[in-house]
Ligand binder design. Structure first.
Ligand code: SF4
Length: 398
């Protein structure tokens, strides 16, 4: 679920004059292979089965990208790996850290397409918001990414790679056994995860693997606009926390705000939430509700919401609308949002109002990808200058 705000610009690298990332390297990227696939690849190289575990440990527990440094692996195998394989990260096209410490990356993939990742830190932990598609095929009318159309799905490796690159940025390797800074994952970036479910599922299984990155399913939240059949699959295959972009209490309105509702109307959506396997009072489903002035923000809407969710373990997340040029909606008045939240609270539900983070770096998902080319060029130039300054400083002190 994304809420970008600047001009829509879904462009190919050629169109937008951005340099396409180099894609000449034909070696196999190991990031994104399942354990079985990695095992098969090593078997084809004539390596015994136990090497899979060793290599997995280096890639996902240690975060190592250089085969030469994998000292527990025989030298001859390391050489073969270097010739035939690579452990890739997406290229950082742009990195920014906001005054409130949110950090955002625009990552470029080998074909030149780009997607965004954001880290939102709390005191001693934080969530990484990951994209699963470039653009989005759904056309939620409050969401700027929805105006872009779908460019393509991201592969499992590109999804895992976003998180690994974020960990690189904070030097959080090897995977800590205790407290972690990058402790949670939210699949709430660009795109609808349940449309790209095979790749998302593969990526999350890699991330959850206890001998690698090892993030528990309890610390992963997948946000969907409501693809009902895939919600069942998500619950049974992954068991991660679920967030649902709800935004309306009638089918009439939700058909407009979240058009997938025409296919899977509220009754079916709520039934899918009721049967979602891992939902209970300790792991509530989050209902995201964007606050649109005069559209869905009345006290009557809040009371209807309470009626609708009876029997479902939910909590709410009220999102003040972040308008973009040409957006057909305005953000609700602060008093109305507060009143809405109080009604839900009085009904016994948690309903915090989301505090925007990283406003100075366009940190709401989709904002960078949809920023105007001129803005992006400026931001890239600033980012490059900071990087060069860091490198000069590092060179002079080492
Ligand atoms: S499903 Fe797509 S269009 Fe709808 S809110 Fe999410 S990114 Fe935007």
């Amino acid at each position: 679920m994304t809420q970008p705000q600047t001009q829509s610009q879904t462009q190919s690298p050629a169109q937008n004059n951005r340099p396409a990332a180099k894609s000449r390297d034909k070696r196999t990227d190991l990031v994104g292979l399942s354990r079985n696939e990695l095992g098969e690849l090593l078997k084809d190289m004539g390596e015994p089965a136990f090497r899979t575990k060793q290599l997995w440990h280096w890639i996902y527990h240690r975060g190592e990208t250089d085969f030469a440094k994998m000292t527990t692996i025989a030298k001859s195998m390391r050489e073969t790996l270097s010739e035939q394989c690579v452990i890739r990260r997406p290229e950082i096209s742009l990195e920014q850290t906001s005054r409130d410490k949110a950090r955002k990356w625009l990552f470029a993939f080998p074909d030149g397409n780009e997607a965004e990742t954001v880290f939102i830190p709390e005191d001693d932990r934080g969530a990484v918001c990951i994209s699963c598609q470039v653009g989005c095929s759904l056309t939620c009318t409050f969401c700027h990414t929805g105006t872009m159309g779908l460019v393509r799905n991201l592969s499992a490796g590109e999804i895992v790679g976003q998180f690994m690159a974020a960990r690189d940025s904070y030097g959080e390797w090897p995977s800590p056994s205790g407290t972690r800074l990058l402790s949670n994952i939210v699949m709430m970036g660009m795109g609808e995860p349940l449309i790209n479910f095979d790749n998302v599922s593969k990526a999350l299984k890699i991330i959850m693997d206890g001998e690698g990155i090892a993030i528990s399913k309890r610390r992963i939240t997948l946000s969907t606009s409501g693809l009902v059949p895939m919600m069942d699959r998500c619950g049974s295959e992954l068991g991660v926390n679920l967030a649902v972009s709800l935004h309306a209490v009638t089918d009439q309105l939700r058909d407009v705000l979240v058009p997938i509702n025409k296919k899977y109307p509220l009754k079916e959506l709520l039934a899918a939430c009721r049967r979602y396997p891992s939902a209970n009072n300790a792991r509530r489903i989050t209902f995201e509700y964007v606050m649109l002035r005069g559209i869905n923000d009345s006290p009557a809407d809040a009371r209807e919401l309470l009626r609708m969710v009876k029997g479902i373990p939910v909590k709410f997340n009220l999102i003040p609308f972040n308008p973009w040029p040409g957006a057909p909606y305005q953000c609700s008045h602060a008093d109305d949002i507060k009143r809405f939240s109080e009604i839900l609270n009085d009904g016994g539900f948690s309903a915090p109002i989301r505090v925007p983070r990283g406003r100075d770096i366009l940190a709401a998902c989709g904002q960078l990808k949809s920023a105007s080319t001129r803005d992006l060029d400026r931001l890239r130039a600033e980012s490059q200058q900071r990087k060069a300054a860091r490198e000069t400083q590092h060179a002079s002190t080492s």
